[in-house]
Design a protein. Structure first.
Ligand code: ARG
Length: 261
């Protein structure tokens, strides 16, 4: 995670961002810390990156890399506003003993990559269409040695995979079908016949931008319908308030880069 010290909305690189909408910096910081404490309370170790001036989107730490089994596949951001974040993430992984692989292809880390360790021996789901290039999916497959399933995103409101789909445990997902091309929808239906299907309202509330440990599912408080569906399926929804961060186009998952040593 990376504290929102310099967080503000000052340019629009996704349809949720409105630079004219004021952000309450103190509230953003408190909400971010509430998420951090929630994760710690659930027993997770949380590392924090130092925020860097001039990089307000650094709070969305998910985008800095994608890790599987001790390998960190680095990010290469689509927009110049975020380009320098990649180096900060790289320094973290290199100092922390990961095998870090710098990418040649444009990709936004866990924003567009999800991992299901118990599906098909370890399956990577990867989004393209808005940020990450399909060539990065092939690159990730080479680097990580896991099958990478390419999924085309077609609705600009769901500009990253992680606002349209989430791993809810080691082998299953929740997703909003409307965010995907018809072929991608069919692929997801075949791979995950027991997936939790989210409504458009829950997807628009960023409900799929969640972090799950396989039992507890930390998700934005507004996604009440999805929380109910997950509870009925045996998961424990843990709602958090992240309204200020949402003004920057992200929620729970965007703030968290999961580490898979
Ligand atoms: N403003 C950021 C951007 O457009 C939001 C990133 C959200 N992160 C995510 N993993 N979806 O890049």
């Amino acid at each position: 995670m990376c504290a929102p010290d310099h967080f503000r909305v000052e340019y629009a690189i996704n349809p949720w961002m409105d630079p004219d909408q004021p952000v309450d910096g103190d509230l953003a910081r408190r909400q971010w810390d509430g998420l951090r404490q929630t994760l710690v309370g659930l027993g997770h170790t949380v590392h924090t990156l130092a925020p860097l001036a001039g990089l307000p989107d650094m709070v969305f730490a998910a985008n800095g890399a994608f890790t599987v089994d001790g390998v960190a596949y680095g990010a290469r951001f689509r927009f110049p506003q975020r380009a320098d974040e990649a180096g900060a993430h790289r320094r973290f992984y290199e100092a922390d003993g990961w095998r870090f692989v710098a990418p040649e292809q444009t990709n936004e880390g866990e924003g567009d990559f999800a991992y299901l360790p118990a599906a098909h021996g370890g399956l990577v789901l990867a989004g393209h269409g808005f940020r990450t290039e399909p060539a990065a999916h092939a690159e990730a497959q080479e680097v990580l040695g896991r099958p990478v399933v390419s999924l085309r995103l077609v609705d600009p409101r769901f500009y990253h995979l992680d606002v349209a789909l989430a791993a809810i445990d080691d082998a299953n997902i929740a997703y909003f079908p409307g965010a995907f091309s018809s072929g991608a929808r069919e692929v997801l239906g075949r791979l995950f016949p027991h997936a939790v299907v989210a409504s458009e309202a829950d997807a628009l509330a960023f409900g799929l931008n969640l972090v799950s440990d396989g039992r507890n599912v930390v998700l934005p408080a507004e996604a009440t319908g999805l929380a109910g569906t997950l509870a009925a399926a045996g998961y424990v929804p843990v709602p958090v308030e992240l309204g200020e961060l949402r003004k920057g186009g992200g929620s729970v998952k965007c703030c968290v880069a999961e580490l898979r040593p």
